[in-house]
Design a protein around this ligand. Structure first.
Ligand code: SAJ
Length: 404
């Protein structure tokens, strides 16, 4: 088998490249970020993830290479970011276009280009296929969207089912065989448009389910009822599975992908749009809860409030679209600065009044708002006794804890 060139060495591309490399596939990883390539080549990982370090070491031993240039080979796997334009709610295909263009410059006739990045349905036809026309060589396009969950990526790469969308079954089967080198889950081969749509639908389903939980939270707050108890009991029904309410939906997937459908199908994607609005309203809802609690306790000084957690969810170091950052933005708009912030997973200073020591952080605040349920705080709940706690993740069982 010839070398696979994995393009884009971020959260998805890097673990995928490492997985191939440790399962008998020769791999070159390409990224335009020289600093990243240098670090990886020097044996330095750029983000934390359970099991990634061991996988990285094994891939280095197996001979994986990292470079800034693209190689001439039969198979390319492209995993570059696909942000969306915040105003139009449409996908921004800039990175995909530029990566595919670079691949097309070097690839031989008959090469296969697999796009793993999540894209809005129709992206391959609209933006990628035209790039392959009139270049004097045949290129087989494939869309193989990734499903791994941050925090459990290495396990899920091996065990999740996958979708391969291809123009013809033979190419689909060849790519399936490649992924089967490490993937033990079912690999379904379909067409490209179906693969694109399926991926976005999966994440949209989750967003809508969380929005339902968040809307129930608001209803239960007004009705003075315990939303967690209600969801816990409702979920005992064999066909009900409501997700958990929270301070908002962050990360680069669930909070982004539904917008692709809203942007492309305005007027049709109504439920999807409402769900996005509900989830986006949660940081402000939490702020309202903080103000109520401050008033109840006669606390006027916002600097006595501490936000625990900056990442978008527990036990990851990713802060993209984080509900805490959305809350801080909202606070700035309301001119209420001075709030203190701490997250054991975020070592760099990214916001004002950020602490790097849990004890020091707790010593300086009266109200602690739990925005992320990192294992660290779950294992140190006793440190919160004596504090006024607003728990937005249902992780604290200390008496007197306020909930969403
Ligand atoms: N959240 C809630 N309540 C819940 C579950 C999650 O408020 O019950 C919040 C989280 O705190 C977080 C956000 O939603 O802010 C998203 O977290 P997540 O764990 O649902 O998803 P991601 O973004 O970490 O990863 C998702 C995964 N998708 C699904 O579980 C359907 C993953 O499998 C996908 O591969 C990934 O998106 C992706 O790349 O699309």
């Amino acid at each position: 088998m010839s070398t696979v060139n994995v393009v884009g060495l971020g959260y998805i591309g890097l673990p995928t490249a490492l997985m191939f490399a440790t399962h008998g596939v020769s791999v070159v990883g390409t990224d335009y970020n020289r600093d990243l390539v240098d670090k990886l080549s020097a044996g330095e990982l750029t983000f934390e993830e359970k099991g990634l370090d061991e996988l990285f070491r094994a891939a280095l031993d197996a001979g994986i290479e990292f470079r800034c240039d693209y190689i001439e080979t039969d198979t390319y796997i492209v995993a570059v970011p696909t942000p969306y334009d915040k105003d139009s709610k449409r996908i921004d295909p800039t990175y995909v276009i530029s990566a595919v263009k670079s691949v097309l410059e070097v690839c031989p006739d008959g090469a296969t280009v697999v796009l793993e990045s999540t894209v809005s349905p129709g992206t391959m036809d609209r933006y990628v296929r035209p790039l392959c026309e009139g270049i004097g060589k045949t290129v087989h396009l494939v869309h193989a969207p990734e499903r791994i969950i941050p925090g459990n990526m290495v396990y899920e790469l091996e065990h999740n089912a996958r979708t391969i969308g291809a123009d013809c079954p033979e190419i689909g089967e060849a790519v399936k065989a490649l992924y089967a080198s490490f993937c033990q889950g079912e690999i379904v081969v379909t067409d490209i448009r179906t693969a694109e749509m399926t991926k976005v639908v999966e994440n949209t389903f989750r967003d809508i389910n969380i929005a339902f939980a968040n809307e129930l939270t608001k209803i239960c707050r007004q009705a003075d009822m315990n939303v967690y108890e209600i969801i816990r009991i409702a979920n005992k029904h064999p066909r009900v599975n409501i997700l958990s309410p929270g301070p908002g939906v962050g990360g680069h997937c669930i909070s982004v992908d539904p917008w692709f459908l809203v942007g492309d199908y305005p007027g049709l994607a109504n439920l999807i749009w409402q769900a996005r609005k509900i989830n986006d309203s949660m940081p402000e809802f939490v702020l309202g809860r903080i103000h109520d609690i401050m008033r109840e306790h006669g606390i006027r000084d916002v600097s006595r409030v501490g936000l625990y957690g900056l990442t978008y969810k527990e036990n990851v170091d990713d802060v993209r679209e984080s509900p805490t950052l959305q809350m801080l933005e909202c606070m700035e708009r309301h001119l209420a600065g001075g709030v203190k912030v701490y997250d054991p997973w975020v070592c760099r200073d990214i916001v004002e009044n950020q602490y790097h020591d849990l004890d020091k952080f707790l010593a300086d605040v009266d109200i602690v708002v739990l925005l992320v349920g990192h294992s660290e705080i779950r294992e140190n709940m006793d440190k919160l006794s004596g504090k006024i706690v607003l728990d937005t993740r249902n992780v604290c069982d200390l008496p007197g804890t306020y909930r969403l």
